[in-house]
Design a protein around this ligand. Structure first.
Ligand code: LLP
Length: 424
């Protein structure tokens, strides 16, 4: 690898200033670092808006942003403004979306084990759709609603029996899964009948999610076939194919577009004569490539003939994906974005374990020095949202940039934040 980082891995509105400094939405990276410090997540707001628009064009009314990928009130508001509904998987995600001003009717509540408190919360707040995942959940809903005469609107999560090719930790459509009602053994049909006959439930449709970071349109096609059959059989008005569209993290990878995904799913449903409203809930495909993470180089350790460790001020607390799934990322130096990357490094964080690797094989221009700013692209999904306070590290700030201006949407944590829940 010697080429400069390619444009396809950078946010849409990236450009290079005359001195070789990366700009995102017209804002220089060194200006952001001077203002907010590192580690820092920088999101290109117009990039996110354009992906939301693509999703709405491809699927239409009801398409949801899967907020687990990245959530704060600014993000929820943005997705809502662009016409998306919001998929939430916990009371916490629902709370943030509601705080952002998203109407409860636009929320879709998921989860394989929603607690009674969460279901109560969903009922009280009149959340738009509850995606029912188990018979226990139906029992729980019935006992909460009792004979009040009130009904919740629901979808049934089915397990279509599709093994999507992705990391085993994020496959969810195969029969051996903790999620949903299996189609192959008849449980899905039983669940639809049970929910449809419940006085507490207005059953609107069925839902499936086969996994995340899926590149095979064929897997989506197969799942859509299973959903289409069931949907037609029960003549339900809504059908959701979940999320899961894969994105490119590495130079050699190629993303599919939201449009291609939508066309694939819709054509299967059209062929099967589906009349239900067909929708989806992308997370990663909306935000992943809209952001980069900026780090400062703290130490460089050269092991002659073995490798060069470059340690930065972040790590598994802002991006646990490499440690969890062995996910690969690229590296680049935003101040020298057009330079060839001829030097191989292993980018590591500051945590007390050897697994705290951000990029096992990264490339940077010659002459990287302590104090330089280093970046990893495509960090907009499942980085900040899966981040932690491990080692009592302070979680990074997040800025949105747009049209030459920047705004802080999540401030950097302070030492006092660590004491918020500590009862002494
Ligand atoms: N809908 C449901 C019901 C889901 O469970 C998920 C993701 C999505 C939609 C959105 O999937 P996406 O479009 O973002 O692939 N932490 C892992 C990914 C876990 C995804 C969990 N569910 C990662 O970093 O790769």
């Amino acid at each position: 690898m010697t080429d400069p980082i390619s444009q396809k891995l950078l946010p849409d509105n990236s450009s290079v200033d005359t001195d070789g400094m990366l700009m995102i939405a017209g804002v220089r990276i060194d200006t952001l670092v001077a203002k907010y410090g590192t580690p820092l997540f920088v999101y290109d707001e117009a990039h996110i808006r354009s992906r939301c628009q693509q999703a709405v064009r491809a699927f239409g009314e009801g398409v949801s942003y899967a907020s687990k990928a990245f959530l704060c009130t600014a993000m929820a508001r943005l997705a809502y403004e662009e016409g998306m509904h919001i998929d939430v998987a916990t009371m916490g995600e629902a709370h943030v979306a509601l705080e952002a001003g998203v109407p409860a009717s636009h929320l879709v509540f998921h989860g394989n084990n929603k607690s009674t408190t969460e279901l109560q919360y969903a009922i009280e707040n009149q959340i738009g759709r509850i995606v029912i995942d188990s018979f226990d959940e139906i029992d729980r809903l019935e006992s909460l609603l009792g004979d009040s005469g009130d009904q919740i609107q629901a979808l049934i999560r089915i397990t279509p029996g599709i093994q999507a090719s992705t990391h085993e930790y994020v496959t969810t459509g195969q029969d051996d899964s903790k999620f949903g009602f299996t189609v192959s053994n008849g449980l899905a049909e039983d669940a639809v009948r049970r929910a449809a006959s419940s006085p507490c439930i207005e059953l609107l449709g069925i839902h499936a999610h086969i996994g995340s970071q899926v590149f095979s349109l064929d897997s989506f096609r197969k799942a859509a076939e299973v959903l289409a059959n069931l949907s037609n059989h029960f003549e339900l008005p809504e059908l959701s194919v979940g999320g899961g569209l894969g994105v490119a993290y590495l130079e050699e990878e190629q993303s599919l577009s939201i449009e291609e995904w939508g066309l694939t799913v819709k054509s299967v449903c059209d062929e099967a004569g589906v009349t239900a409203r067909v929708t989806s809930e992308p997370g990663r495909a909306i935000v992943a490539s809209s952001a980069v993470t900026l780090y400062s180089v703290g130490t460089i350790k050269e092991l002659e003939g073995i490798r060069t460790y470059v340690a930065v001020d972040g790590g598994m607390h802002d991006n646990p994906r490499p440690a969890l799934y062995g996910s690969g990322y690229e590296t680049f130096v935003p101040g020298r974005v057009l330079d060839s990357r001829t030097s191989e490094i292993t980018l590591v964080g500051k945590h007390c374990e050897s697994g705290d690797v951000i990029v096992s094989q990264g490339y940077v221009p010659e002459g990287l020095a302590v104090g330089d700013i280093l970046a990893t692209p495509v960090t907009g999904a499942y980085g900040h949202s899966m981040g932690s306070n491990y080692n009592k590290v302070l979680r990074p700030a997040v800025v949105f940039v747009n049209g030459g201006t920047d705004r802080l949407v999540i401030r950097r944590e302070m030492l006092s934040d660590l004491m918020n829940t500590d009862m002494g």
